[in-house]
Design a protein around this ligand. Structure first.
Ligand SMILES: NC(=O)c1ccc[n+]([C@@H]2O[C@H](COP(=O)([O-])OP(=O)(O)OC[C@H]3O[C@@H](n4cnc5c(N)ncnc54)[C@H](OP(=O)(O)O)[C@@H]3O)[C@@H](O)[C@H]2O)c1
Length: 328
């Protein structure tokens, strides 16, 4: 049993504090969803440390605005914007085709949470397609660039939401699942229907983000590439657009643990930046971090730590194969 990685940083640490003293000059970074929420602060901290940062976004106007803001606050002229819609495989392929040269840090940050049932043109469930499949296609497409980076890192932004569901291989795309809509309120009346559960879909996609880090490290460590997953904390961003305030309050109350009830975006970006840059993680991969430290196993009844099913090497390998087949 390897020991957990601990750092001097905490839930209150900011992205800027975490990267303080680290020189990223000559390093090239991609941040997906870099024009909103914690993606902005992740990009800002990495640009401030000297990296060239590409904001991979579907809203180019927001991307340009964010790039200007980051340049104004950090002085970095190396903030670029490129189109990327993770739910559109042609868009991912075009991003990959236009990438030239090495890539040192890929931050798979973009995400969609608890949306109503939506599907891609292929019929794939939208949260799985965006949060996992799009990032899977992006990372595998950029594998050569990452290998050329020498010691490249992939940052897989997951969530404690992964505790809501493993990857359900028998029905990833919610074509047959039944669920009890009252169970979430502790009032199960055993009324089951074939329906879509937005939180189970989010949980499944976020488990996939952890499993991806496990298998990518196993497959690519010999190319110098490591991948780790993380929970950024709870941060008020556009992510909660599909969730009511009452539901959010209930979830925060259940979350438990230390630290502020809500993190600022600068604090929310800290664990991503730590996983992307900390020398303490040199050569380390396939692990799950929260509040700037490696997390231990989830204890039943809590919303902290990592589920055993999210680190399961067999599930990680199976997900990789299923993802390749799905995208073929
Ligand atoms: N905030 C939290 O409390 C929290 C907690 C746990 C985990 N996380 C994770 O942290 C990550 C960042 O979340 P956030 O809070 O910063 O949310 P956010 O402000 O909503 O940012 C998410 C980003 O993802 C982008 N995105 C969504 N669908 C996309 C697609 N199909 N193609 C390309 N980009 C797409 C969004 O683009 P648009 O602006 O165009 O929609 C946005 O830029 C997510 O992976 C989330 O699951 C957040």
């Amino acid at each position: 049993m390897t020991s957990l990685i601990t750092t001097p940083f905490t839930a209150e640490s900011t992205a800027e504090e975490v990267v303080d003293g680290i020189d990223l000059a000559g390093r090239r970074v991609v941040v997906t969803g870099g024009a909103s929420g914690i993606g902005i602060e992740t990009a800002r901290a990495l640009a401030g440390a000297g990296a060239e940062v590409t904001l991979a976004v579907r809203n180019l106007e927001a991307g340009e605005r964010t790039a200007e803001d980051i340049t104004a606050t950090t002085g970095s002229k190396q903030v670029l914007v490129a189109p990327l819609d993770l739910a559109d495989q042609a868009s991912v392929a075009s991003f990959v085709a236009s990438w030239d040269g090495p890539l040192h840090i890929l931050v798979n940050n973009a995400g969609l949470m608890a949306s109503p049932e939506m599907r891609t043109p292929e019929g794939w469930e939208m949260q799985f397609a965006t949060n996992h499949l799009g990032h899977f296609a992006l990372a595998t497409g950029l594998h050569g660039a990452l290998a050329a980076g020498g010691g490249a890192r992939i940052v897989s932004v997951s969530s404690s939401g992964h505790l809501r569901s493993p990857v359900v291989f028998s029905d990833i795309h919610f074509r047959q699942r039944a669920y009890d809509p009252w169970a979430a309120y502790g009032q199960s009346i055993h009324f089951r229907q074939r329906a879509y559960d937005p939180w189970a879909a989010y949980g499944q996609s976020k488990t996939a983000n952890v499993l991806f880090a496990v298998e990518a490290t196993k497959r690519w460590a010999d190319d110098g590439i490591t991948a780790n997953a993380l929970m950024p904390g709870g941060i008020r961003t556009n992510l909660q657009r599909y969730v009511t305030d009452a539901e959010l309050d209930r979830m925060r109350a259940q979350a438990g643990g230390g630290g502020p009830a809500w993190k600022t975006p600068e604090q929310g970006a800290a664990t991503s930046v730590l996983v992307a840059t900390s020398p303490l993680l040199d050569g380390v991969g396939g692990r799950y971090f929260e509040d700037c430290n490696e997390a231990g196993p989830n204890q039943p009844g809590t919303r902290r730590g990592v589920a055993a099913y999210a680190l399961d090497p067999d599930a990680a390998e199976r997900l990789w194969q299923v993802s390749v087949q799905t995208l073929a």
